[in-house]
Design a protein around this ligand. Structure first.
Ligand SMILES: [Zn+2]
Length: 106
């Protein structure tokens, strides 16, 4: 199978997004503003190339300030054990709250 040019661009974009995330994680403690910039660049690449940020990475981005939501540093994670149990992630930078339902196992 021959890879199209578009496919190749998307592959490279995805790799760059993943690299930027790794850099952001590595710098979150020592240089939070640099870490934030890496995330912004990753988002820009995603928008420009229309390559979606993988779900497992997107999980760790604050939708309103684009901070890397690193547990214990830039985010607080709680589990809310109500009727519909969900995970509550609070961005410590801007205070935005994200909620993820926990799917029940039968
Ligand atoms: Zn935020």
């Amino acid at each position: 199978m021959k890879l199209s040019k578009n496919q190749l661009i998307r592959d490279i974009a995805l790799q760059r997004i993943e690299n930027l995330f790794n850099l952001a994680i590595n710098n979150i403690k020592s240089n939070p503003s640099l870490s934030h910039r890496y995330i912004e660049i990753a988002i820009k690449i995603s928008q420009r190339t229309r390559v979606k940020i993988p779900r497992n990475l997107k999980y760790f981005i604050c939708k309103s300030c684009h901070s890397l939501l690193y547990p214990g540093i830039t985010s607080r994670i709680r589990i809310s054990p109500r009727r519909n149990p969900h995970i509550v992630v609070t961005c410590m930078v801007c205070g935005r709250i994200k909620r993820y339902p926990i799917s029940k196992k039968k």
